[in-house]
Design a protein around this ligand. Structure first.
Ligand code: F6P
Length: 466
């Protein structure tokens, strides 16, 4: 039992099984979990993280009674769910429906499509939220604070308000939120349950005023009322980044990168292989840059780092295949015109020290999501860069609200405009680069995870008490 409970689909630990069947617990990879976990540990007060048992190994561990993390500051409770419930809630509703809705990814001539299979998945999504509610209620002391994360768990607000009205709850959405016209893509009953569930939290938080405003407008349109809301943008986790930057693995990766890129200017991007990250238009924009600026051929390369994501969904597999194919086609076209070296290096792996090395080394960082709640790459890059690199940033990223004065803004669908933005960045004078990069590195570290976490926890209230 604990006075502070965090709930999120993905936990802060990764589990492995040794040959002798023993479980080992290590830190989880990227995303929200590592930053939030280190901020929780830094508080020096025991917290418990309630997460899905995502893999068969985690499911077995949850059924056997849980996992001992060996971490006195941060415990873990895995929610044991039947695989079909988990897959329906995570794949069909959370990722293929709500994620698409919040990032404006639907091609509405074809999708969304609410057939019988989808409605069954919605029932499973309700069961998934209910299982979290049970687990949180068991983990939380009287009047404990509960921080719930993201679109996987919107129904938890209403469920906890009924089961444990003593708890002080706060929900934080790390994605954008849908405007009423977008929310109307969901069947009315679904949007009603979604907004009702969220209005059961003591407060609902967002990275920016824009997503907060969208939530308020959607809540008014759906329920005629709005929960207590706030916005608070998360900054880069500099302490963790600097630790990786100082590691021998990162230095080795930087040396390797230097060898491959040679004297060429370097454009970097780093994302999950994710439709909202807009990789394809990024590659098209780089090609347009080489087209428009023949003088840059052979003098610039594009290091596109990505790590695989959500490969249980066909959309993500197809997107990755399309990106790999596009890079092949563009490299075939441009390599002979660029002195024989492929100008695009598309690296799909899960190697954080290499990503940090690329952040240290870039001349230009391209962050061009279709839409994004915040986008921490736009902050992690400038926090680490050692070359007065320029940030080319989508106006649709939450980070743009904070960094527009020092970044070069681009419209994510405007490939020609993105190419022009890259050209401006590459051709920028030294003084201007210095001015912008020092502003960026300051903006990037405002509100680091520990401070961000405190302001979230301060907002936690019993449901309906505002
Ligand atoms: O940006 C929203 C988010 O849920 C993050 O919190 C998380 O790091 C990321 O998406 C990754 O999602 P998943 O857990 O599905 O890989």
């Amino acid at each position: 039992m604990s006075d502070l409970v965090v709930a999120a689909n993905r936990g802060p630990y990764s589990l492995e099984e040794a040959d002798n069947g023993e479980l080992t617990v290590g830190p989880a990879g990227g995303g929200l979990a590592p930053s939030l976990a280190s901020a929780l540990r830094a508080r020096g007060e025991k917290a418990v993280w309630v997460a899905s048992a995502m893999s068969p190994l985690e499911r077995r561990a949850a059924e056997r009674g849980g996992v001992e993390t060996g971490d006195s500051e941060l415990g873990l409770r895995l929610v044991p769910l039947p695989e079909e419930t988990y897959r329906a809630a995570y794949d069909v509703v959370s990722n293929a429906t709500l994620w698409f809705l919040f990032h404006g990814l639907f091609d509405s001539a074809r999708r969304p499509l609410f057939d019988r299979r989808w409605w069954e998945a919605w029932e499973q999504f309700r069961r998934y939220n209910a299982a979290f509610s049970t687990e949180v209620a068991e983990a939380a002391n009287e009047k404990a604070v509960v921080l719930v994360n993201d679109y996987h768990l919107p129904l938890l607000g209403g469920m906890l308000a009924r089961a444990r009205p003593d708890l002080r709850t706060v929900h934080f959405t790390h994605t954008p939120f849908a405007e009423p016209v977008e929310l109307a893509l969901l069947p009315r009953e679904v949007s009603r349950q979604l907004m009702e569930g969220m209005s059961g939290f003591g407060a609902c938080g967002f990275h920016t005023a824009r997503w907060e405003g969208a939530f308020c407008r959607s809540s008014m349109a759906t329920l005629g009322k709005v929960a207590t809301t706030f916005s608070c943008g998360l900054g880069a986790d500099v302490a963790r980044l600097h630790e990786v930057a100082a590691s021998p693995e990162c230095d080795e990766a930087l040396t390797a990168l230097d060898e491959v890129v040679g004297e060429r200017a370097v454009i970097v991007r780093s994302d999950r292989v994710e439709l909202s990250k807009n990789l394809l238009r990024g590659f098209h924009a780089f090609s347009a840059l080489l087209e428009e600026r023949p003088g840059l051929r052979g003098r610039v390369c594009f290091v596109a780092r990505a790590y695989a994501s959500r490969e249980s969904l066909s959309d993500y597999l197809a997107y990755r295949a399309e990106a790999e194919h596009l890079v092949e086609v563009l490299n075939e076209r441009w390599t002979p015109l660029c002195g024989g070296d492929p100008p695009i290096l598309f690296q799909v792996d899960d190697d954080f020290p290499s990503t940090v090395a690329a952040f240290r080394r870039y001349d230009v960082l391209l962050v061009n999501p279709v839409r994004d709640g915040m986008n921490l790459v736009a902050k992690e890059g400038p926090a680490l860069n050692e070359r007065h690199g320029v940030l080319v940033l989508s106006e649709q990223a939450g980070a743009y609200e904070e960094m527009s004065e020092a970044a070069i803004g681009i419209h994510p669908f405007d490939v020609a405009g993105t190419a022009a933005g890259l050209a401006t960045a590459l051709e920028m004078g030294a003084e201007e680069r210095r001015r912008r990069s020092s502003a960026l590195s300051e903006l990037a570290v405002a509100c680091p995870p520990a401070e961000w976490l405190e302001s979230l926890l301060e907002r936690a209230r019993p449901a309906g008490s505002s």
